[in-house]
Design a protein around this ligand. Sequence first.
Ligand code: NAP
Length: 321
Amino acid sequence: MLGADSTTDDVLAGVDLTGRTAVITGSSGGLGLETARALAARGAAVVLAARDRVKLDAAVAQLRDQVPGITVDSVLLDLADLTSVRAAAAEVADRHPVIDLLIDNAGVMACPLGRTTDGFETQFGTNHLGHFLFTTLLKEPLATAVAEHGSARVVVLSSGGHRLSPIRWDDPNWERSEDYFNWTAYGQSKTANALFALELDRRWSSDGIRAFSVHPGMIATDLGRHMQAEDFEYLSSVRRTGADSADGGRAVFKSVPQGAATTVWAATSPALEAHGGAYLENCSVAEPVDDPDATHGVRSWARDPDQAVRLWELSEDLVGA
Ligand SMILES: NC(=O)c1ccc[n+]([C@@H]2O[C@H](COP(=O)([O-])OP(=O)(O)OC[C@H]3O[C@@H](n4cnc5c(N)ncnc54)[C@H](OP(=O)(O)O)[C@@H]3O)[C@@H](O)[C@H]2O)c1
């Protein structure tokens, strides 16, 4: 039985992805690179997309060592720059007219107030708006996968951090308010990731394209690169108040292969056909939990269909789609 301790290889045991193509953003390291390795090990061709050419080349070399006979491509993609997003999507679609799996995995966390090239708050702009545009531009190759192979999936990495904030409809990019808090901004961006998957599934499931969002767990990766002492204090104070915390408030870390397990489950499990748009954690569909002290489950603001529609329309306006 799959659960919190399962690894990517546990999830994919017996799964054959030969002839399938997976595009993974933020795959130059962390969970994205492990996701690519695991999918490639089952026969998928993988396309790594990330913003740093040196890291990308190192990731490709690592995968070639780890997975004999791998088919791997790489594309430069800076999600914090919509010109780069458009160019990367065009390059990917040109080289890979059939995309079976799109894993929107890249992310930044808890950075100081900053702006993307197009002027969006860094976390909302990178984690959500960049992926919104990249994904919508790749609809055709995803639809072609449905025509040729019968299915296509989009997996969007959200986070338990979505519990830290709903969408701030009055000022999502902190253009008017001066109360910027790095964790609120991360929380908003991760709520946006969950709402995006919900609405994507509603809009595209009639074309055979299904979408899911994922909380991978807590995993020691480079994601914490912006964290200062006060951030660790803030996170442990949030955990201490967690009434349902089975570990008495201590952080329980997963390994990287455990952290990427729910992503590959979302990408491949036949059990999810009836759960399009769902938010997943620990290789299962998360339960709705609105207790503000809870440390698991999905809050209503991240699974509200009306807010999902509103976010889609706002995102279209902001990226000019
Ligand atoms: N680790 C956790 O505990 C945890 C928990 C909950 C959710 N998540 C989510 O899981 C996802 C993967 O996180 P991770 O832990 O693997 O983090 P990570 O090790 O920092 O990897 C993030 C990846 O995203 C890339 N990236 C960052 N900004 C980008 C941009 N503007 N354009 C393109 N690529 C960009 C990074 O490239 P560079 O190295 O070049 O910046 C890297 O390849 C994120 O969405 C995160 O929010 C992680």
